[in-house]
Design a protein around this ligand. Structure first.
Ligand SMILES: [Zn+2]
Length: 711
């Protein structure tokens, strides 16, 4: 799968919550009725619409703009017990899920006249909601899987078992970079870094169950406490599948030992950001020599991998260490590790006792949720993940009008034009590099709303009998779909987010920006609001994605998506100086995440650069749009605020978020995005345009003496 740059964190788990936001409706014409016949009638989704009256006028905007814009909203909107954060987009998330739920419920009636697509999504929903069926099947769906592992004869068989697990199980916990989505190693089709027109095989480090290596290796008290609780969780899970206590305790210790060793071997997430560090081309013979204990031939055959021109091994050091680990531990240890992988991956789809224990550690201890989301929300999220395009068609019909699409495209074009002017005006870039930058900008393909063709799920067998089996069918289909791309020309039409997703991304190897219909809704895109409000919210997001093509890593790819240096040495040096200003600024204490938790600005540099550049592009595009209407940024609208002020207020409003300290801590360690408060205050304090909007004076907190600017 390509490595894309998302707008919001990818901690969109089956366990916790996805990128959430709050309340109203998109255009009146598409107002869906709330999901009916459910126990959650009180939970009628309400979309948020920007309202400048929400600001706290007793505060000084120049002291802390996030607080000024958000504190009233934040105190009126505490985090629900089943959520780990709650923000102005959470209502939209519920609303989107309501639309999907209506579609799923309607399709779930056992009607012989259903279309093949309706049969699949309807039976998927029915099986997921059938809690009593899942209880009475108990551990049955797991038994043959555990039996396979007990039957392994030698360590050579491990590779085949991994192929089997990769086929059938989605990660129970998928960290942002997917490091934990596979046992021992990951395998997929990936665009070649040096020839973006072709897909080659990629072999990646993997093998962890916690969000990243820091959770195993950090030695502060809090980290040690979490690792201790993880060991207890492992033990409880082994007991739940039938092991005696003492055996479960031994097995838990084995898993922690092996995963910790794998964590030590992994390349860290800062080094992984640089594509040069992961672009290691090898022949199959070299891969074999790197880790001879893994039976690569049998593995590649089992996953039906087409011949690859070469293999990209993201981290050769990881495989050197893994080789030693495999040879030094007996088969029995690996059987324990694999048993855990099966239990962990299957957990969300099994009985209540197992689901509850899985929640207790991964969502409560790790992320801070107090109770589970209602079952219907978990089933909607799983259906969207597994059959997203089938659901997406209905979502788009219902919630994304051609008018919304046309207005978004117009905004995208005006923001791209703003970057063109910005590039021309830069004092630190030579004409030669400017010319290349413009070629790259013109090469960006804009994808708005939904894919040009819908995925064909006809080979995915979905029945009403087994939720776990349905998940495995869909997961296997997705795994094979990516592997089958190896050796073939790239399919440029591919999307890696479903239409109902509230997120957006830039793909550096396709040079595309992608905005699912799910985010082109209030409060991000609000058809009923004026340009100042829309450029402040979705405009900044559009600018952010475009700037990703020119952030500290994105700038290393050319217009066609090849990893190719198109910068003069001087210009690259100038860029790095400006980039360092950003990474220094964002290397900061994060009190929201607990005492002495510090953000590493090198991890968030790309996202922070995109936030800072994106908002500038959106403001420039707004200024241009107002000029076309004979207005200026400093004119006042009907509500007494200037357009410039409304732009910044709408931007801050789109970020208002209450967040639990546990998830804040998790995000600071694993997520390349800064927390919302910094995505507002750090950004605007770099902009004299903000000081101008609210008459801030030098020395006030929102005027940074050492302001940073890249784009
Ligand atoms: Zn981003």
């Amino acid at each position: 799968m390509p490595s894309i740059t998302r707008f919001f964190a990818a901690i969109a788990l089956t366990l916790i919550t996805s990128v959430a936001f709050p309340q109203g409706f998109p255009a009146q014409s598409v107002r869906p009725k709330p999901a009916s016949g459910s126990a959650d009638q009180s939970n009628v989704p309400k979309l948020e619409h920007f309202d400048p009256d929400v600001v706290d006028k007793t505060l000084d905007p120049c002291d802390d703009f996030y607080k000024y814009s958000c504190s009233k909203w934040l105190s009126a909107n505490p985090i629900p017990a089943d959520q780990v954060y709650w923000n102005t987009g959470s209502g939209l998330e519920l609303w989107n899920e309501g639309v999907l739920r209506d579609t799923l419920e309607a399709a779930s009636k056992n009607d012989p006249n259903r279309s093949p697509v309706q049969q699949k999504i309807g039976d998927y929903w029915a099986a997921c909601m059938d809690e009593s069926g899942i209880e009475s099947a108990a551990l049955k769906p797991l038994q043959s899987e555990l039996g396979r592992i007990t039957a392994l004869k030698s360590k050579r068989d491990i590779a085949l078992e991994i192929a089997h697990l990769q086929h059938g199980f989605p990660g129970a916990w998928e960290a942002g970079d997917n490091q934990s989505s596979s046992p021992l190693f990951g395998f997929t089709g990936q665009q070649d870094y040096d020839d973006a027109s072709m897909v080659v095989a990629q072999i990646d480090q993997a093998g962890l169950s916690l969000p990243n290596r820091d959770y195993y290796l950090n030695t502060d008290d809090k980290s040690k406490e979490i690792l201790g609780k993880y060991r207890t969780h492992l033990q409880k899970m082994f007991v739940l599948v039938g092991e005696p206590q003492s055996q479960a305790a031994t097995d838990a210790a084995t898993v922690v030992e092996l995963e910790t060793a794998l964590a030590e071997a992994q390349m860290d997430n800062i080094k992984r950001r640089d594509p040069k560090n992961v672009n290691n081309k090898m022949t199959l013979a070299q891969v074999r020599a790197l880790a001879p204990s893994i039976d690569w031939e049998s593995y590649l055959q089992a996953v039906h991998a087409p011949t690859s021109d070469h293999y990209i091994v993201t981290s050769p050091d990881f495989f050197r260490a893994e080789e030693k680990l495999i040879s030094s531990h007996p088969l029995a240890h690996w059987q324990t590790y694999l048993r855990w992988q099966v239990i962990h991956r299957a957990a969300p789809y099994l009985t209540k006792a197992i689901v509850d224990e899985n929640f207790a550690f991964f969502a409560h201890t790790l992320a801070g949720a107090e109770q589970q989301r209602p079952r219907w929300r978990r089933c909607v999220a799983a259906a969207d993940r597994d059959l997203g395009d089938a659901l997406g068609q209905a979502y788009v019909d219902r919630a994304f009008s051609p008018e919304s699409k046309a207005r978004t495209i117009q905004m995208v074009h005006s923001i791209e034009a703003a970057l063109d002017s910005d590039i021309q005006s830069l004092s630190w870039m030579s004409p030669a590099t400017k010319q290349q930058a413009v070629v790259k900008l013109k090469g960006i393909e804009d994808k708005i709303g939904y894919p040009s063709h819908w995925r064909d799920y006809s080979s995915v067998k979905i029945t009403r009998d087994s939720y776990l089996n349905n998940v495995r069918q869909a997961s296997s289909f997705e795994f094979e779909r990516w592997v089958a791309k190896i050796g073939k020309p790239v399919d440029r039409s591919e999307w890696t987010m479903t239409p109902a997703t509230i997120n957006a991304y830039y793909d550096p190897q396709l040079n595309t920006i992608n905005f699912p219909a799910g985010i082109l809704q209030p409060p991000f895109f609000d058809p009923g609001k004026d340009d100042a409000v829309n450029y402040g919210a979705i405009g900044m997001i559009i600018g952010h994605e475009i700037i990703h093509g020119f952030d500290d890593q994105g700038r290393k790819f050319d217009a066609k998506g090849n990893l190719r240096d198109w910068w003069t040495a001087d210009d690259a040096k100038n860029y790095d100086e400006r980039g360092r200003c950003i990474s220094d600024e964002y290397t900061q204490e994060v009190p929201e995440a607990g005492a002495s938790v510090k953000q590493n600005g090198l991890l968030t540099q790309g996202e922070d650069t995109a936030d800072n550049g994106g908002i500038r592009l959106a403001l420039a595009a707004l200024e241009y749009s107002l000029k076309q209407q004979g207005k200026s940024l400093d004119d006042k609208g009907d509500d007494g605020w200037t357009y410039r002020q409304r732009f910044f207020l709408s931007n801050a409003y789109s970020w208002c978020e209450n967040v639990r300290p546990q998830i804040a801590r998790l995000m600071v360690t694993t997520d390349p995005h800064s927390l919302p408060v910094f995505r507002v205050d750090n950004v605007i304090s770099n902009m004299q345009e903000f000081g101008q909007a609210f008459n801030c004076k030098p020395g006030q907190k929102m005027i940074r003496a050492n302001a940073c600017r890249v784009w």
